[in-house]
Write a protein that binds this ligand. Structure first.
Ligand code: VGL
Ligand code: ZN
Length: 204
């Protein structure tokens, strides 16, 4: 049975020194490189925002990162401007073995909609192409890792479970933003409750 590794947003801006640095985020890079050896297929998502994206504090005069606003009928956390298309911050993490990546899925590309999940935007309106890609390749078992535990990893995992995939989360290969203490732990509980299995790299 074919299986796929999904690398979520392992990009420069989410590493220490980046625009939306995830604490210890660089620790997932060697884990990703090692994990790739255990899978038939490797898919990577890239957070890929236009310069004026709605999720950017810079797009809302007077607002600061971390504030939560209502915008066109949706709740939006404002982030520092990050992962702007074709900038160095949006590039894959230095050191990530990109040669093994079979498919790249871009998300957050619409200026007026955020996309935490690698499958759908936050309004569940547009698909990214990830589900269709996996279906065409007849992949049912997926293992997910990357950044950030409490946002894009969590929502990718929840959607994958809802879509009927058999989902494992590589626990050594995730790190979170933790805007509030306990967010990562909560995300992990939620993913487990949804049917995802937590796995360690030595058990792949
Ligand atoms: C992410 C916040 C904003 C993530 C992306 O990759 O988890 N978080 N954009
Ligand atoms: Zn983003």
């Amino acid at each position: 049975m074919k299986n796929a590794l999904i690398l979520v947003d392992i990009q420069q801006d989410f590493l220490p020194g980046g625009a939306l640095a995830v604490p210890d985020g660089d620790a997932v890079v060697p884990v990703a490189n090692q994990a790739m050896n255990f899978f038939d297929l490797v898919v990577a998502t890239q957070d890929w925002h236009p310069a004026n994206h709605r999720s950017f504090a810079g797009s809302h005069p007077g607002r600061k990162p971390g504030e939560v606003i209502e915008w066109k009928g949706m709740t939006q956390i404002l982030w520092p401007d990050h992962c702007i298309q074709n900038t160095p911050g949006a590039a894959f993490a230095k050191g990530l073995n990109t040669e093994r990546i079979d498919k790249i899925i871009f998300k957050g590309t619409h200026p007026d909609m955020d996309s935490y999940s690698g499958f759908f935007d936050n309004g569940h309106i547009r698909k990214t192409g990830l589900e269709d890609f996996l279906q065409k390749r007849q992949i049912k078992n997926i293992t997910i890792m990357g950044l950030a535990t409490d946002y894009c990893v969590q929502f990718t995992v929840l959607d994958a479970c809802d879509l009927g995939f058999s989902v494992r989360v590589l626990q050594d290969g995730i790190r979170g933003v933790e805007l509030k203490k306990g967010d990562c732990e909560k995300a992990i509980s939620r993913m487990k409750d949804h049917g995802a299995e937590m796995i360690r790299i030595q058990n792949l």
